[in-house]
Design a protein around this ligand. Structure first.
Ligand code: ADP
Length: 268
């Protein structure tokens, strides 16, 4: 089993990714896809007059401020255009894909954070009306059932809280939790960079390999958004996934290239 996380940033080539996924499905490679949608969400939120806001937690991680209106826009883009866009691309290539959010069938469950401590203009503040959380439980039997039926699951945030509320969760970490629940051999994280760059944005400084035991040391290399990916990788490895690859989602055969060792390979 391989879990493929497709990013949501500008430049990712969804047609080339769908071509590669279709080839892998035809070669009988078991797969599950997880995707994001942040760039398009930002654009649509602007157009709808509810511009995106990002908050920084006291521990230094940045995340999308998700009030109720943001959650609605988030669902329109992630569960709507992004998810159905991928499902359609796969259906056009003869793959019977099925799109689901983490809410559907309680696929991804977690705790909604009732208070997030953020830093704003150097001051600490507590947010209480935010719909965010983290995936803690994966509905493994639902996924196995879909695979058994010959369907290719295309998964997207939001997840669901134990109280049944939609919660915005980080896609990379949700993909890591899914990989762990299915004991996947590999987690491939496709983005608009060739991998983890020693000196971002210089692509010539690509880090080719990180031994699992040394991943902590690389946390400082990653800036803002890349930090969550490194954290996701760390969580996946800690839960027994052999290999996590950060790879380029802008090129032809991005998944096969990642499996062949291109990008940043994290593992033994
Ligand atoms: P996606 O939406 O594709 O999941 P993100 O936009 O969340 O991806 O994260 C990838 C981004 O992280 C890159 O486009 C880049 O701007 C940023 N980044 C920060 N530090 C690094 C780094 N050291 N190496 C590579 N990318 C980095």
């Amino acid at each position: 089993m391989i879990i493929v996380k497709i990013g949501g940033s500008e430049g990712i080539n969804y047609d080339l990714i769908a071509d590669d996924l279709a080839d892998l499905v035809k070669a009988k490679q078991p797969l599950i896809v997880v995707h994001g949608g942040s760039a398009l969400t930002n654009k649509v939120a602007e157009q709808l007059g509810h511009p995106p806001q990002f908050v920084t937690s006291v521990s230094g991680y940045s995340s999308r401020r998700t009030d109720r209106r943001t959650l609605e826009i988030f669902e329109m883009v992630y569960c709507g255009q992004m998810n159905k866009g991928l499902v359609e691309r796969l259906q056009r290539r003869g793959v019977n894909a099925i799109g689901l959010s983490g809410l559907d069938g309680r696929l991804w469950q977690g705790t909604r954070k009732d208070a997030i401590k953020i830093v704003e203009n150097g001051k600490r503040r507590v947010l209480r009306d935010d719909y965010t959380g983290k995936v803690e439980q994966v509905n493994r039997s639902l996924l196995l059932g879909l695979l058994e039926m010959g369907l290719l699951p295309i998964l997207t945030p939001p997840a669901v809280s134990y109280e049944g509320e939609a919660i915005n969760v980080d896609g990379d970490r949700a993909a890591a939790a899914t990989a762990a629940a299915l004991q996947a051999e590999a987690l491939i994280i496709l983005s608009n960079v060739p991998g983890l760059l020693e000196k971002f944005p210089d692509e010539a400084t690509l880090i080719r390999h990180i031994p699992a035991a040394k991943i902590d040391q690389f946390m400082s290399v990653a800036e803002d958004r890349m930090k969550k990916k490194v954290m996701g990788a760390q969580e996946a490895l800690a839960q027994g996934i052999g290999r996590v690859v950060f790879a380029d989602g802008r090129v032809a055969q991005p998944i096969q290239r990642a499996l062949a060792g291109e990008g940043t390979v994290i593992g033994t």
